[in-house]
Design a protein around this ligand. Structure first.
Ligand code: DGL
Length: 263
């Protein structure tokens, strides 16, 4: 049994965790959703780094054998902190797999990158992709994460926010979902482009991260019952239980841990 510590600012990272259990059957997940501090996307890098330090420490102490940062925002500003705490354990971030894929073959341009303020401001995607010769359009789309964490996935307010953002981004050949929450909006995003007759390739950092971790875990992990998956949040409310079941696709037992109650 291999235990992968997966974390995100909230419950969106459960999408990556769930995909990982499909790609690497038998893997055990130790998940931490920092629901007390969601969203990360409008916080300072210093603040996010302090959260990441505590979360990784918690997951390693809980028995994680590798760490997957299922959050672009934390990946943009705190991979070094995560690696410093994890020591010799492997740390996977949400950004590298997408950059690797976009560098390995040519995708239709322009590449549209949507993510949180912190991710977009970090410039990490834009700099790397422009250096590869791509035309890139970046846009911070901060309202989407609170809408998704509210459970408003199929909701007119979310549809309107999405339309406003995608209108502002304009025509793209590829859309990179540089936030691990956004796969939940795949249907309305596809609908938006279909209605305009635009053929847009959509890449999900959540799925690419799950692929990268699963690949690193190869050969396939064979099931054993030694370690159960465990899911912690820094703030537990009945609403989070409902949402977790929605994101995970099945009822989930959430435990509260104040390991990351820094402020
Ligand atoms: N899902 C996260 C990301 O990929 C965090 C979003 C947020 O908390 O603002 O950036």
């Amino acid at each position: 049994m291999r235990v992968v510590g997966v974390f995100d600012s909230g419950l969106g990272g459960l999408i990556t965790a769930r995909l990982l259990t499909v790609r690497a059957p038998g893997v055990a997940i130790h998940y931490y959703g920092d629901t007390a501090h969601l969203p990360y996307g409008d916080k300072s890098p210093a603040q996010i780094r302090s959260y990441v330090r505590e979360i990784v420490r918690f997951l390693v102490e809980a028995g994680a054998e590798s760490i997957a940062i299922a959050c672009n925002t934390a990946s943009a500003v705190a991979v070094d902190v995560a690696q410093a705490v994890a020591g010799s354990l492997p740390v996977f971030d949400a950004i590298s797999p997408a950059l690797k894929l976009l560098s390995s073959k040519t995708f239709p341009e322009p590449i549209g990158v949507v993510g949180t303020y912190t991710t977009i401001r970090s410039g990490i995607y834009g700099e790397h992709l422009r250096a590869k010769g791509y035309e890139v359009k970046e846009l911070a789309t901060p309202v989407l994460v609170p809408l998704i964490e509210e459970g408003w996935v199929d909701h007119p307010a979310t549809e309107a926010a999405l339309r406003t953002y995608l209108d502002a981004l304009g025509e793209v050949g590829t859309l990179l979902l540089a936030c691990t929450h956004y796969p939940l909006l795949l249907s309305p995003i596809r609908r938006y482009y279909r209605e305009r007759g635009w053929n847009v390739s959509i890449l999900s950092t959540a799925a690419l991260l799950a692929d990268a971790v699963a690949e690193a875990l190869a050969p396939p992990v064979l099931g054993s019952a030694e370690t159960a998956s465990t899911f912690w949040v820094s703030d537990l409310s009945p609403r989070f239980l409902q949402l977790a079941a929605h994101f995970w696709g099945a009822p989930l037992e959430l435990r509260e841990s104040s390991a990351v109650m820094l402020s």
